[in-house]
Design a protein around this ligand. Structure first.
Ligand SMILES: CC(C)(COP(=O)(O)OP(=O)(O)OC[C@H]1O[C@@H](n2cnc3c(N)ncnc32)[C@H](O)[C@@H]1OP(=O)(O)O)[C@@H](O)C(=O)NCCC(=O)NCCS
Length: 417
């Protein structure tokens, strides 16, 4: 990689007509929002998801260590017809065994890190599709990735987004890599009860960091800068669930090191990220009947909360969500503790005025059964595609990560959801 390959442009537009340059917030804001709007509204008669980036087109990458947004502009009219965002960070791509010193011959499992780049928010104006603009934006973004030492580039897309899947796999050299599940649960008008057999403990960000580094740093996609994720103001906290009466409580919490030295038989952990302050979603295209039905369930739930009706949340006006990440745990009852944590997260989201709580876990994640979700709002297989950009960055012991089988778990970075 390193040069932009020649691009076949259809007869109505030629290569020199498209200029790809960095997004300039001082002059591009309105036009970028226009393209975004035109892209999100789906065909009439069908439901479509609209994203409101709250006036900040870079919001979904700006919390990553390095990020870039490019726009495609028609050189004659200066009209913006496409854009792409990308970010780069260091994550775990495998693990290795390492022997301790001569005096301590025990072995430890250590993460192997690599620099990965992530592509998101690729959009081309409907009036300018199939002219090679999407491909050109991807290639330009990959050039920046390579210049910054990224070994891999990846992206998430819906399995049935044929335009996107074809563009990346047929034309840009990506292969299908992982298919994690996006699990979405509504936020009801009533609070969810947390099992009285569970004690919840809120961890400080430094405690959460040491727990994650010690237990989850060998999970693939674990971000090496987990501390900046946990210290970000969008992070609403890390919560631990343990059996009531096991000796660990909030006031007597001895710290993560002591806890991991002598953990209870089962426990679970998760962290909550506030996406509501970054973007809002809106389902468009629903019939009036569907909207009225949803509203009726909410009104009933609000006035009769003790009935605990599974009401349909507000999805047809811009709504916010919380994202649950860093989900993990150990022991035979870990999934039950995850369920208690999800109930707590639901109540936090209700207080925060959100309509849904979402999480993304590996397809084979054993704790998935503990995450309550509505199938109709969720996506069983989110498709992650990957491409190797270079070979000499990670220490070679993993080989080509793109060829490796999926693990039981995956760490989904909340900065990229
Ligand atoms: C996906 C998207 C960015 C493609 O942009 P584009 O400028 O039309 O793509 P290109 O012209 O560069 O197409 C390159 C290749 O992608 C594939 N492709 C693009 N659109 C396609 C479609 N509608 N159906 C099938 N394949 C398609 C083709 O292989 C195409 O090559 P070809 O034209 O020689 O057959 C555009 O359709 C879009 O903005 N969609 C809505 C937003 C979205 O889904 N973004 C992707 C999220 S990851």
């Amino acid at each position: 990689m390193g040069t932009v390959r020649e691009i076949e442009i259809n007869s109505s537009i030629n290569e020199s007509e498209i200029v790809v340059r960095e997004f300039d917030p001082s002059k591009d804001l309105t036009s970028v929002e226009e393209v975004e709007k035109r892209c999100e509204v789906g065909p009439s008669g069908k439901l479509s998801l609209f994203t409101d980036l709250l006036g900040d087109p870079i919001c979904r990458v700006r919390h990553s260590p390095a990020f870039l947004m490019l726009v495609a502009e028609l050189s004659s009219t200066k009209e913006i017809v496409g854009m792409i965002r990308g970010c780069i960070k260091t994550v775990t791509c495998g693990k290795k065994l390492s022997r301790n010193t001569k005096n301590d011959p025990t072995t430890k499992t250590l993460p192997i890190y690599t620099k990965v780049a992530y592509i998101l928010g690729l959009r081309v104006s409907p009036s300018h599709r199939r002219m090679g603009i999407g491909k050109k934006l991807v290639h330009r973004m990959e050039e920046w990735f390579v210049q910054n030492g990224a070994e891999y580039s990846y992206l998430a897309t819906e399995n049935d987004n044929h335009a996107s899947v074809n563009l990346f796999t047929n034309k840009c050299g990506y292969s299908k890599f992982r298919t994690p599940s996006v699990l979405v649960n509504p936020v009801f008008a009533h609070r969810l009860p947390v099992s009285n057999r569970v004690t919840l403990i809120k961890l400080s960000s430094s405690d959460a960091e040491s727990l994650y580094r010690r237990r989850f740093s060998t999970t693939e996609f674990f971000p090496r800068d987990i501390d900046s994720v946990l210290n970000n103001s969008l992070n609403l906290g890390t919560f631990l669930a343990v059996p009531r009466g096991c000796g660990y409580t909030q006031p007597s919490w001895p710290g993560a090191d002591q806890f991991l030295f002598d953990p209870p038989e089962s426990w679970a952990v998760l962290s909550v990220w506030n996406c509501k302050d970054v973007f809002r979603l809106e389902v468009r295209g629903a019939s009036r009947m569907r909207k009225t039905l949803a509203k009726t369930t909410r009104i009933l739930d609000k006035f009769l909360p003790f009935l605990r009706l599974p009401s349909i949340p507000e999805l047809f006006r811009p709504f916010g969500l919380h994202f649950l990440y860093g989900l993990g745990g150990e022991g035979p009852s870990a999934a039950k503790f995850v369920k208690a944590l999800c109930a707590h997260a639901h109540n936090l989201a209700k207080e925060g005025g959100c309509s849904v709580v979402a999480t993304e876990v590996a397809n084979l994640e054993p704790l998935k059964v503990g995450v309550p979700h509505w199938k109709r709002l969720s996506c069983d297989e989110d498709l992650w595609c990957i491409k190797r950009l270079g070979e000499d960055y990670s220490d070679g012991s993993v080989g080509d990560w793109t060829k490796s089988p999926p693990g039981l778990s995956i760490f989904v970075d909340p900065r990229e959801f």
